[in-house]
Design a protein. Sequence first.
Length: 338
Amino acid sequence: MRKNGFIILLILIVIIVIGIKGTEFYMERSKEEKNIQELLKEDAQPEVWIGKSKSQIPVGTPEGDLILYGYNLITNTSYYLGPKGTVAQITNGMNCQNCHLQAGTLPYGNNFGKVAANYPEYRARNNGWQSISARVNDCFERSMNGHSLNSNSHEMKAIVAYMEWLGKDVPKGSKPAGTGIMKIKMMDKPADPTLGKLVFTTHCQSCHGPNGQGLLNLDGTGYTYPPLWGEHSYNDGAGMYRISSLAGFILPNMPFGTTTYHHPSISTEDAWNVAAFINSQPRPHINQSNDWKDLSTKPFDFPFGPYADSFSEQQHKYGPYQPIIDAKKQAKNNVSLK
């Protein structure tokens, strides 16, 4: 009888110990799951636009074949239109997707997601409304430091068809999250080209070369990694010559292949500084005398005067930008109150 009592007591002790351990395990697991959920919450990103892939192009129809040609022109522009182009020789050797990543489909990769839904669009720089083809020609003349395409050419029709196909499901007038270039946090001090050179040396020159010259492909018809300055790079009228645009492109995307928009490889400050370094280097010039006829519409970081405000050209180029933005808002409010 005593022996049985001892066994029962032992069983009860084991049950209690298991119960305590089970409770501890459950509490620890709950705590761990809670921590995971908190991390996921912190890492949560808004739903972003992601473009369709090449495999989804409806090839085998006249429309699909035109779209596919447009895709090829975007991804391998120089082969068709570069210095050794098979169709024309009107660009500097860069490809459209050097600045519009993954054929204009990557979130925050300067993609084409909002193009079809928003063009024709009024653009203050051009002092009027622009069609998609006119906007594309802006890129040929500025980002590729070249010449425009005839808007009725087969090549232009193909590029426009591709962009319209990518954006056909985007509601008219909308600009989904992840389209275009990321707006990144402002610094409260000027961007520093000297510090930016260190960032470039550490993170960028392995692909773009120690002198920013880029890397030509094997047959020399275009660039695998584009030149960031010099005679074969974008000119000083390109959108990337604005430091905010270049920094907003770099942060979520560079170094290429190691960075995603929600897990940047460099800091925001590094992005501003390396953009300042790149855009402080020599590059081709384009006549911009016909741009920004209304000076009040010039962007805060447009690097050439004249301006509608009293801030220096140096501050407009390198910052700090917030005082310029605030002054511009105040001036606009003053006008609206009159």
